[in-house]
Design a binder for this molecule. Sequence first.
Ligand SMILES: C[S@@+](CC[C@H](N)C(=O)[O-])C[C@H]1O[C@@H](n2cnc3c(N)ncnc32)[C@H](O)[C@@H]1O
Length: 269
Amino acid sequence: MSESTVRSPSAVERVLGLLREPPGEPDTSTGYLDLLGPSAQPSPSLAQSAMESAFLPQIYERVWRPVGFNLAKGWPIGPDTATEHAMARDWLGLSHPGYAARPPATVLDVACGPGNVTRALAEGVGRDGLVIGLDTSQTMLARAVEDTANAGVCYVRGDAVDLPFRDGTFDAVCCFGALYLFDDPWTAVDGMTRVLKPGGRLIILTSRRPTPLRAARIGGELLRRATGLTVFGDREITGALADRGYTAIRQHRYPLMQMVGGRRGRPLP
Ligand SMILES: C[S@@+](CC[C@H](N)C(=O)[O-])C[C@H]1O[C@@H](n2cnc3c(N)ncnc32)[C@H](O)[C@@H]1O
């Protein structure tokens, strides 16, 4: 075969090469790579049950996401969805839609839902880049596949708290609107750190407790018990990144959300 006829690997083939334990018979029958299969347990939390429903993915991107998140970010003063996407691309060192010089970055979007942020990240990546959206919800992923035409995007059904990728794989990791849903957010942050290359960038958009008052902490704990949602204090996420050796840590605070980013530290020589 001449060099010009060598087929470049598909996004799924590239993803398989990034896995710690690639499956012998990859299941892509749904349009995404399913690493959980039928044995995956349904989530016990009320919040995650909504994410698994057939209804929410249908209204998520047009109604639920802009209304809920923009209010939590303090709209009209806080960033709207387009600004949020541009911030994500900036903080992750990606480029912007239509720019000629877009990096061939390998990017992971953790808990991608219907792929709304995944697609926005893919617009900041060059043709040789790869953007992977990972989620547990079959209904969210089905919608993501339906709405995505970009050949450089691949969706994976997997667990954010036990990421299936090899160490030091990604230039950038994004986790928007999901850390507060995880049973063990700190193990998830450990995993995101593990899969980042040294010097790679992480960005997290998550909940924020608007006041350090004890009553707010008690209210947050009651909410967590009732729904499974965690509300994070102002120093919890920045502190978690500092503890894990991140540099250039930055934070934007909104009334009920916070955006936190940083660069994974390089190991000492
Ligand atoms: C609110 S949506 C966020 C979607 C998108 N990232 C955004 O910013 O709009 C939260 C997503 O987190 C996913 N999720 C929750 N727990 C997860 C886990 N342990 N592993 C992977 N995805 C998870 C849910 O299935 C849901 O699709």
